[in-house]
Ligand binder design. Structure first.
Ligand SMILES: NC(=O)C1=CN([C@@H]2O[C@H](COP(=O)(O)OP(=O)(O)OC[C@H]3O[C@@H](n4cnc5c(N)ncnc54)[C@H](O)[C@@H]3O)[C@@H](O)[C@H]2O)C=CC1
Ligand SMILES: C[N+](C)(C)CC(=O)CC(=O)[O-]
Length: 318
């Protein structure tokens, strides 16, 4: 394993620089790291620099680390150059299993020995992605949330061939780099939070497909309802309070039987053209003329306001 401690890391490589890779770049720059990035798309560098520029006001409000600067970003012409001096690598390429397998093997071959390589995958178990890498022991999942420069959580888990030391190193590194880490004990597809989100998302799609709720109503039902509680208290403790002084035990006695009620469908609906079009049109209608850039700025300010209101703005020093 690497002899560099998580605290000593100064240079990070980000491979794949789209929504998530770009978000990681912004996060690491704001935390004062030198960042190298590589992405095969011809317009990747201009898109990446625009994303970082757009994120910077939010990051400045959060508090930049000493020396943090967009000038510390180097976009390289090749993957090999990006990882040559890296002390940590974050892969954020498209969610395609074969592509991830090949790319992780390529990164493993090019990255200095012992350096931990993390994948941003939203749901593939590392066991399925590390099959062709020569040294799979250093490959871990580090699953972020959009945008990685504002949402603290990262879920860390290894595969069957990952060294426990690499998982511990990655968890500590993310912690030092300002993330809130859940180190998972075992691989479960979708990890923890995406399994929860996907259950909600499947139900939402069923309701749109069946004409039971509009896109706007689904969004309002969360932002005006449970979403307000979830920003600071998860679904378990929130429901414990539904049991009054009896807490979760009374909640289970009282509402346990409704678990058997037909409140969920669980299977995903068919994403046919009608449903696809209804969801896209519903979002356009809800956006009501706001562009994606407007919505990103609104979301960023919203997350900062929630973090501030709940006492979780933790400054920007490494
Ligand atoms: N979009 C989201 O909300 C989240 C996505 N993720 C995960 O992050 C990863 C990236 O997703 P997004 O950023 O949303 O996708 P994206 O489509 O925005 O970006 C992917 C980038 O990878 C580049 N790319 C294509 N082939 C590549 C290769 N062979 N090597 C390196 N880069 C390559 C593309 O040019 C593009 O810039 C996926 O694994 C996804 O599941 C994780 C958390 C949230
Ligand atoms: C939509 N998504 C599955 C890619 C979302 C994530 O993986 C996490 C997030 O940002 O919500």
């Amino acid at each position: 394993m690497t002899t560099t401690t998580p605290e000593e890391v100064r240079r990070v490589a980000c491979i794949g620089a789209g929504v998530i890779g770009g978000g990681w770049v912004a996060h690491f720059l704001a935390r004062g790291y030198d960042v190298t990035a590589w992405d095969p798309a011809p317009d990747a560098e201009s898109k990446l620099r625009r994303l970082v520029e757009a994120a910077w006001p939010a990051l400045t409000q959060l508090g930049l680390a000493d020396g943090a600067s967009q000038d510390r970003l180097t976009v390289t012409a090749t993957l090999e150059e990006a990882v040559a001096d890296a002390q940590f690598v974050q892969e954020s390429a498209p969610e395609k299993l074969e592509l991830k397998r090949d790319l992780l093997a390529e990164l493993d071959a090019a990255t200095p020995a012992g350096v931990v390589i993390a994948s941003s995958t939203s749901g593939y178990p590392m066991t399925d992605m590390q099959t062709t890498a020569a040294t799979p022991g250093r490959l871990v999942v580090g699953h972020p949330f959009n945008p990685p420069y504002l949402i603290p959580l990262v879920e860390v888990v290894g595969g069957e061939r990952t060294d426990a030391e690499a998982v511990a190193w990655a968890s500590r590194f993310y912690d030092v780099a300002g993330k809130s880490v859940i180190t998972m004990k075992s691989e479960v597809p979708g990890f923890i939070a995406n399994r929860l989100q996907e259950a909600l998302w499947r139900e939402a799609l069923h309701m749109v497909a069946n004409g039971e709720a509009t896109v706007q109503e689904i969004d309002d039902s969360i932002t005006e309802g449970p979403g307000l509680r979830w920003a600071f208290m998860g679904p378990m403790l929130t429901f414990a309070l539904a049991g009054g002084e009896g807490g979760m035990a009374h909640m289970l006695d009282h509402f346990g039987p409704s678990l058997k009620s037909p409140w969920t469908r669980l299977e995903a609906p068919e994403l046919d053209k009608k449903l696809y079009d209804a969801v896209v049109a519903g979002c356009d209608e809800e956006a009501d003329g706001r562009t994606i850039a407007d919505l990103v700025a609104e979301r960023d300010q919203g997350v900062i306001d929630v973090l501030r209101a709940t006492g979780r703005l933790n400054g920007g020093t490494k």
